[in-house]
Design a protein around this ligand. Sequence first.
Ligand code: UD1
Length: 420
Amino acid sequence: MDKLIIEGGVKLKGEVTVSGAKNSVLPILAATLLTDDACVIKGVPDLRDSNTMLKILRSLGKSVEAEGGVATIAAGKNKGFVADYKLVSTMRASFCVLGPLLGRFKKAKVSLPGGCIIGVRPVDLHLKGIKALGAAISIEGGYVLAKAPRLKGSHMYLGGVYGSSVLATDNVMMAAVLASGRTVIESAACEPEVVDLAEFLNKMGAKIKGHGTPIIEIEGVKHLHGATHTIIPDRIEAGTLMIAALITRGDILIKNAFPAHLGAVIDKLQEAGASIVKAENWLRVTYKKRLKPINITTLPYPGFPTDMQAQMMSLMTVTTGISVITEKIYPDRFMHVAELNRMGAYIQREGPHAIVNGVKSLSGAPVMASDLRASASLVLAGLVAHGDTAISRIYHLERGYENIEEKLEKLGARTRREKE
Ligand code: UD1
């Protein structure tokens, strides 16, 4: 295992290009299971998670070629409908092969993903939606077995205790496109990645309307064909780079970023005092004056994304004053708090709230990455800390940030890898 060493204290300056969105590419790759025709997906980020999904497609009998950010998925020699525990357990998003397998083969056997460090993360909403389409579901040996001789469109409400679910909406949408009749999903997730998936499915011949709103309508079709699609830019990578500019008091032009997908993040950073210039597909973030503390509450899109909570917390650790961060999607997503405190931050956790008392400076320390976004928050803290920060278990970062070290180095950061 590698650890990443960051020598803090450099103002990041220059241009950087954001990669394709992790949360778009995973369900879109899964959607290629809905056809035997070839599909060409462009802008595929070279991430541990995208590679896991490609492995799952191969294990399900697809022929996969991937090079230079372009993946071509076509029918292989065999067809499988069993998604194995070994692969699904390494990445929760693999569970979204359930919908397309069921839609296409009328049966699917997919391992339950289990919990993860940021909480329990149930799949009840996925199963509720799939059942509403007429599938019989049973759980045997840690696997979900779904069967439906005929999937039938239905009207369903898919909201949960914490609001809408991104992957449950994706899963149900992918099963419903080949069901007979009309499906209406109420309380559907509105995230840009759900919209990207719906647009890809429509290119394949599906009839989906209302994506991007809480009510999605799907008119089932008999079959889908191949399509070519380019993945949208990763809004969380863009947001993380925006914070890198501010925390280091630098100036970064972020290309291939859609400010339209970053409304809540831009609003909060402007409230803190950031200077942000934006166009349709780029952003420039400049530190011009001392930042002010801000309060944030994570919510489903278009609210402030939970995937930006840890990074925002890092920024607030060095912003004088008190900020309150409330986590409403994953109340236990605070593994980064103790690690940031090891670097001299002053954060107290009170249930779903973290109270951050901004300090003058952080000091580099050995810290441990616990999940993807927590590792991003430690990288950001390391960029501003005095001395060296050694982040162990850095493989978490590779799940969601393509070439992040090269990108940061091009902006002036001093990083290096060492074996643990
Ligand atoms: C997706 C994103 C993840 C992001 C999350 C919330 C992908 C690959 N991952 O994950 O990066 O942090 O959205 O924006 O797109 N829930 C239930 N029952 C369910 C499903 C979810 O109660 O069946 C709960 C979850 O525990 C959580 C909330 O709903 O509290 C939202 O989770 P969800 O949107 O489903 O997250 P994912 O789709 O797994």
